[in-house]
Design a binder for this molecule. Structure first.
Ligand code: FAD
Length: 385
């Protein structure tokens, strides 16, 4: 049986970050994925400045933007009507996950992680992983970074996520048009889904069009998507789309058990307003690896989870505030007031943009919303009387 300090299951943003960081700290690391890279992942591919900063910190170099589309303009719509067209917003980078995840995985292997990609798992215990071909690996600590349907989370808790709070997204990749990517509209449509939104994100050779929202509040997401595609001038009957769950505001308070830590989507770490998950996946992978390393160096593997939880404190606080604020953006009661304020106030639009682009964190936004709330409520009353 081959032995490692750390086994990382899943080589997406969370797993590749965890494996890279652990290997850089001098540990023996096995990086497992059922897929062979490059592999695709359903995603809008918005790579924020937050993602870029974490990428630089973890992988030791700036992100190569030559294969991304960087935009500083965006349009917002509500029910098909344009709310606002903004220029000079903080940079928004749009990447293909096929490229991004392959780059991240290669970093991990280059840093020294041993490659077990393309190897489906048949069995998992608290310290061992057995592949379908019968080979077994063992480690002192396991990091489960195997996404929203995590088998590691299922092993620990019996279920990967809570079906009453999970999000769901549908997407299509519209092939290259004759227009250059800088000329294609970059847009977000509030109300394309309930408790969610729609998007059209131009890439270098295609455009990703999708909708996502809280699954339990969208019993017919497909019909929402058909309506959205029609709004964009497409014929839904001719288009095949794909769907994927995304954690949307319901992270695991205790992200693991015993010697097993969960990172990224497996730990529910996605922004419940914007749907951003790549940055939190990479950062949580790094924090998990750091916690595992410190515990291993002290010879106290059983302290890794506590250390990891402490390291995640700021991220958890951020996501908790976002979850409280999202009522204002998405609930039927507040959404009209939010949309009116968004339409009228340049400050609110810029705050939303700084949030979307990863320049602002929720505690700062919450302070700003609280100082504006009385005016916001008063305007709501004036309009309804
Ligand atoms: C429709 C949609 C749009 C989104 N748009 C954006 C966006 O624009 N920007 C953004 O920041 N976030 C976006 N997200 C969220 C983002 O995609 C995720 O938060 C992010 O991919 C999480 O990374 P991860 O490494 O935790 O998991 P993943 O990226 O899902 O990687 C998990 C890895 O684990 C592997 N795996 C799974 N099961 C097993 C198994 N049994 N054994 C071994 N390996 C396994 C998979 O093959 C995969 O490689 C979107 C999500 C959806 C669904």
């Amino acid at each position: 049986m081959r032995q490692f300090d750390i086994i990382v299951i899943g080589a997406g943003p969370a797993g590749s970050a965890a494996a890279t960081w652990a290997a850089k700290l001098g540990h023996s690391v096995a990086l497992i994925d059922k897929a062979t890279f490059p592999r695709n992942k359903l995603c809008g591919g918005l790579f924020t400045e937050r993602s870029r900063a974490y990428y630089t910190e973890i992988f030791g170099q700036d992100f190569d933007l030559s294969r991304a589309v960087t935009r500083r303009d965006i349009s917002f719509f509500y029910g098909g009507q344009e709310l606002s067209k903004l220029q000079g917003v903080p940079p928004l980078h749009l990447v293909m996950r096929l490229d991004l995840d392959d780059t991240l995985y290669r970093h991990a292997i280059f840093a020294g992680a041993v490659d077990f990609t393309g190897r489906p798992i048949s069995q998992l215990s608290n310290n061992t992983v057995t592949f379908r071909d019968g080979e077994t690996l063992s480690a002192k600590i396991i990091v489960g970074a195997d996404g929203v349907n995590s088998i590691v989370a299922r092993h620990l808790f019996g279920t990967a996520f809570d079906p009453t709070t999970i999000g769901f997204g549908l997407e299509i990749e519209v092939p290259e048009t004759t227009l250059p990517p800088q000329a294609l509209p970059l847009r977000i449509d509030f109300a394309a889904a309930d408790w969610g939104y729609g998007w059209s994100f131009p890439k270098q050779h295609s455009t990703t069009v999708g909708i996502g929202g809280v699954h339990a509040r969208n019993s017919d997401m497909k019909s929402h998507f058909s309506t959205y595609l029609k709004t964009l001038g497409m014929k839904p009957s001719e288009i095949k789309f794909k769907g994927h769950y995304l954690p949307f505001g319901d992270f695991r308070r205790t992200p693991g058990q015993g010697h097993i830590l969960l990172a990224g989507d497996a730990a529910g770490l996605v922004d419940p307003i914007t749907g951003e998950g790549i940055a939190f996946a990479m950062k949580s992978g790094q924090i998990a690896a750091q916690a595992a390393s410190e515990a291993l160096k002290d010879g106290t593997e059983n302290t890794a989870l506590k250390r990891y939880q402490t390291g995640l404190k700021d991220m958890h606080r951020n996501l908790r505030i976002a979850r409280a604020l999202r009522r204002i953006v998405f609930s039927a009661r507040w959404q009209q007031a939010f949309i009116q304020t968004f339409r009228r106030s340049g400050t609110v639009r810029m705050m939303y943009m700084r949030l979307l682009a990863g320049e602002m964190e929720y505690p700062e936004l919450a302070r700003s919303v609280l100082t504006r709330l009385p005016r916001y409520i008063l305007n709501g009353f004036r309009r309804s009387s």
